[in-house]
Design a protein around this ligand. Structure first.
Ligand code: SF4
Length: 157
């Protein structure tokens, strides 16, 4: 089961979108130097169709995107909730996933997202704003990936 510890409205995680970011716990990656080690534990409230629906109702059209931050222990559940969020907004709400996996998920899951960030945090390489980062940020269209990591380098200037 997915659980979330917090949520926030963010502007930089998905460039060009006003994003409801939902922080999922139970992260399996254990990156040294992790910015949020409290997300390693399986804590927080269950995130399912009911609780996500309440969060989306709370913000309505004030957000253009919902982004799942984590959830790599159950990729199918993340994709299922992304499909749910899109369906209930008649596809006007975009969906993103910040995954710590180095490889994208299979197309059967990827097709439910508009944006995908991949890669664990490696301290010496830095996050998305670092020119040496191992992480990648993609726009997703019909399951195809276009690398848009460069958008974060501009943000950092
Ligand atoms: S993927 Fe993110 S939350 Fe998980 S351990 Fe790495 S930095 Fe921390």
């Amino acid at each position: 089961m997915l659980r979330y510890t917090s949520y926030d409205i963010v502007f930089q995680e998905i460039p060009g979108e006003v994003t409801l970011a939902v922080n999922l716990s139970g992260c399996p990656h254990r990156c040294p130097g992790c910015h949020s080690p409290w997300l390693w534990q399986d804590t927080g409230e269950p995130l399912n169709e009911e609780s996500l629906g309440l969060l989306l109702d709370q913000y309505g059209e004030a957000v253009s995107c919902v982004c799942f931050m984590g959830g790599d222990a159950d990729p199918e559940a993340v994709a299922r909730l992304a499909a749910f969020a899109r369906h209930r907004s008649a596809h006007t709400l975009k969906t993103g996933w910040y995954s710590g996996n180095s490889q994208p998920p299979p197309v059967s899951l990827l097709r439910h997202f508009n944006y995908l960030k991949t890669g664990p945090y490696i301290e010496q390489l830095g996050g998305l704003t670092s020119p040496t980062t191992n992480q990648r940020f993609y726009a997703v269209e019909n399951g195809r990936l276009t690398d848009r990591t460069h958008l974060f380098r501009r943000i950092s200037l």
